[in-house]
Design a protein around this ligand. Structure first.
Ligand SMILES: [Zn+2]
Length: 384
């Protein structure tokens, strides 16, 4: 499982830990080649789990989440050179709506230019997705529509401010801005600065807790009236917002209401059905697989995805007790900023231990390792 792949990590992007820098990515691909791995398609993994086909003992399947523009610029041209297939899970809200094909490494017209010349902040457009699909190696599948978080309790964890690492209040307030949030965030441009940030859960894994009584609107209006982002230049901005919150709660009734079960289910179903339909329309293909954003899923939502027409969904992260035998669940492991032989192979060990968590002898090995520090080390490496 990969996310962003680019020459160097961004200094400002709140999710920069998701970036695998190119030298590491190249070394990982070389590792697969040198050690005789077959890079197989996701449909082959699912067919293998169903018992329909055999796969070489050393097989690896590459998936990318989110549809970052840097995949278009760096990762896919390199994978094409190797002839390696991969699956790309896109959340439809984040696809860049502008009709364009941007320059990518290897296009020729950029030869001799520095890597800094490439635009990498943002997400792929539908045209770019069509282009990689047409190449026959990239299989675009669903990562739902919104890929967001929603308030799951009435606990305020902070107030939305420039440079915080919680982009979802602005995603939820202004979905149209989602494809451009990486550069907007750097500029501190959010429509909800000053609003309370509640404790959240992945959108598909929680019934939303909805605030009634105007506290959020009040705080946002207060910050707007005091200059928007420049309000946060004052050293005591946090005290001011805490005091304003207390004053408001004294004078007004603020209540919290949990989303009804039926409306939660309707919302989940819409994310499953609408993302599938949108990708199918834009790319002229059948969408068969779903990746849950931030592992926000359970057995009920998994069943809903199968009802919506998906053949398989990504299993919850590690450890994943019951993914191994079920062909409708896709087990994955993260390969982040690691490149050495030892570290890549320990990621495979970690994957095997979790993919077969209840199967002999892995279950016994897991239990034994849990008593030592080894598994913790492997985990830290694979999920850094
Ligand atoms: Zn994601």
């Amino acid at each position: 499982m990969y996310h962003s792949v680019r020459e160097r990590r961004s200094q400002t992007w709140e999710y920069r830990h998701l970036t695998l820098e190119m030298p590491f990515f190249e070394r990982q691909l070389q590792y697969f080649r040198r050690h005789g791995y077959s890079v197989v398609r996701l449909e082959d993994v699912v067919a293998f789990k169903r018992g329909d086909i055999d796969l070489p003992r050393r097989s690896v399947c590459l998936t990318f989440d989110d549809g970052y523009l840097d995949n278009w610029v760096y990762a896919f041209p390199l994978l094409a050179k190797h002839g390696y297939p991969s699956t790309l899970f896109v959340a439809t809200d984040f696809v860049d709506p502008r009709p364009m094909l941007r320059p990518r490494r290897g296009d020729g017209r950029r030869d001799g230019e520095l890597d800094e010349a490439y635009e990498v902040d943002g997400f792929m457009s539908w045209e770019e997705l069509r282009e990689v699909e047409a190449g026959g190696l990239v299989d675009v599948q669903s990562h739902t529509v919104t890929h967001t978080f929603l308030p799951a309790s009435e606990d305020i964890v902070e107030f939305h401010h420039p440079g915080d690492d919680r982009p979802w209040p602005s995603w939820n307030a202004r979905p149209d801005g989602k494809p451009f949030y990486m550069s907007d965030a750097a500029a501190g441009d959010s429509p909800c600065l000053g609003g309370p940030v509640y404790s959240v859960q992945p959108a598909l894994a929680t019934r939303e807790v909805i605030e009634r009584g105007g506290l959020t609107d009040h705080l946002i209006a207060l910050v707007q009236s005091r200059g928007g982002s420049s309000f946060f230049g004052a050293p005591d901005w946090l005290d001011e917002l805490i005091e304003a919150t207390a004053r408001y709660l004294n004078a007004h009734t603020v209540t919290y209401e949990r989303e009804a079960e039926e409306s939660y289910e309707r919302r989940v179903r819409a994310e499953l059905v609408d993302s599938k339909a949108k990708i199918e329309t834009e790319l002229g293909k059948t969408v068969r697989y779903l990746c849950w954003p931030n592992d926000g899923c359970d057995d009920v939502t998994h069943e809903m995805a199968l009802e919506a027409g998906y053949e398989a969904t990504t299993a919850k992260g590690s450890p994943n007790a019951h993914a191994s035998a079920d062909p409708t669940r896709i087990q994955r492991t993260g390969l982040h900023q690691v490149g050495s032989r030892r570290v890549v192979s320990s990621a495979f060990v970690h994957y095997a231990l979790n993919a077969h968590a209840e199967v002999w002898p892995y279950a016994q090995v897991r239990r034994a390792l849990a008593q030592t520090r080894i598994l913790g080390h492997v985990k830290a490496v694979a999920y850094r």
